[in-house]
Design a protein around this ligand. Sequence first.
Ligand code: ADP
Length: 665
Amino acid sequence: MWTSFLSRRHRIAAVAAFFAAAVTLVAAVLVAREGRVHVHADHNRVLAGTALGMQGFVGARLDLAHLLEAQFLRERPETTAAFSEITEPVLNLFSDFQAINWVDPNGVIRWVTPLAGNEAALNLNLNSLPDPKRVLDSARSSSELRLTPPLTLAQGPRGFVGYLAIGGDAAQNGTLNLVFRTDLLLREAFKHAPLAGYAVRVRDGDATLFESDADFGQRVVVASRPVALADRAWTVELAQFQARHRVFDLADPYVAAIGLVLAAVTWFTTITVVGNQERSDITHRRFQDFARINSDWFWETDDTLRFSYLSERFQEVTGTPPDKFIGRTRAEIGAPGASDKALKNLLATMEARKPFSNFVHHRQHPERGLVYLSISGIPVFQEGRFIGYRGIGRDVTLERRHEEELAAAAVAAERANRAKSEFLATMSHELRTPLNAIMGFSDILRQQYFGPLGNQNYEGYARDIFISGEHLLTLINDILDISAIEAGKRMVDVSDVDVTKILEDCIRVFDVQCASKDITITTTVHRLDSPIQSDARMVRQIFINLISNAIKYNNPGGRVDVDAQLQDDRFIISVADTGIGIPANRISAVTQPFSRLHDDPHLTHEGTGLGLAIVKALTAMAGGTLSIASEEGVGSTFVVTLPAVLADGEDAWHAPSTSTPSHTL
Ligand code: ADP
């Protein structure tokens, strides 16, 4: 609690309230003492207490004009709603105000609070009313509060009005307009006055502001006293039916008590007002701090969707001063970079008072170039009435640039990959032609079709040329295969595939190799008595590549178990061997093109390093999976799972992937 008293504003308010209370109290005591001396002094003493009480009471309200002025300059309200946020605490606390209004620099009452009961004042041009105009002009040429003489208010009853040029500059900030109903205000002011049989009247020059009793005119005025309020001199008069004597002997303690009560009331009300002020100030400052340190910015519109606030950060991000947007709508300032449709949607959403998020557009920053902004907002309602939008904005330039770079990189990678595949396909074709000659002629030489070569060494060289040519041809065919798949050029050719027959043909190819390494191949076929709808070339290639590896990387005397079966809607091929196996940490590498794990020159000479990559690519494109289980020195099992029925045409193939196909283990 005490911490709130530490602020400067709070201390000043407390000291001011204390002095007000002390002055009232001392005056009351002095008046009471005076009253004991003379009957005439009794009148004056009652009058002095009454007048000072009234002066304190009315003066406290007039002083609020400066508080409101300070708040106005800090908040700079742009709408009636914002203005009434400033006046509301004062109106709530001091019910004797008729209204607190804002007069624009042209002398027209623009904002009226509260509006209810004061509608007649709205848009009233004060220049057309001689009395108010005169006082308004006088207020405009000073920075002090100026009061009108009593007049008939636009709302009907009698009253008076105070004008205060805001910040001493009415042409810039307008004027505060405090409206009082005299009967309401002064009845309240004299409620606790020590009148004790007196009637009281307040005059401003010849005009009567207030009479406490309807029959005041029938009484005798016994004392009168001037009271200065702002720039006006009022006169407070006391009247009674007949002369009274020593009345204040009795009244003294009451005067003191009332002074004390008035002092306490003044003190507490001031503290409350200042306390409220302080709290709203803290909230305001807190918000300002958050707004300053946040990398996003905050914005606000009024109920006509005109921007009324943009936090500082907006200017840092966009290089545009907020003033350029303040007072304008989104439709007026536009949203460069957003499509017409997107902008239309946004405007419709705002017209419908609905929330929106991540509306992206861009602005040209003088130094940073194009900056991308993402805007979100919510409609705000007060007591069911729409009062505007509040929202945040975010700088998404970096995100946007990354997205663009990623998209460009993906396109470039795709293009490069296709170029590579096309290059390989062309090269492979070009290589195959001379290779035919190399192989054909070396075969003729090694077979010695046209007579003996004459020297044993030539025969050996011719054989080596032929075997190397054969290896080169396999390699080229494999490269052609994989590049065709990756370039998305391999077509699916669905037909009735007799798996048992294909498997038998494949096994036969390896007869010689099996015999030379003493390897036994067993085959098991389940539920494949009738043909399946698949691509025969693909099935054959998978069998050949897996079985050739199972033999190649097997030990002499080893075993190869080939299993093909139909399970529900899947066609599963499994090739298991008892060979050298694959180290656990290399299993994922073996499906990469040209990856070889084994250094044995004999083995590496035999392979191209593309067999498993082709299996993997074919499987993935047919929508299947390849899984590998292996243990070094024990053996490996390769399982390919394919859809049992392949659709015909290009749709059957899944999009070619430039990344390594994933596999399950
Ligand atoms: P390669 O033409 O070299 O056989 P692959 O793509 O068919 O190329 O196989 C890649 C590598 O994976 C092989 O070099 C070999 O090291 C390893 N590998 C493939 N199959 C087996 C297997 N059944 N047993 C052990 N290692 C294997």
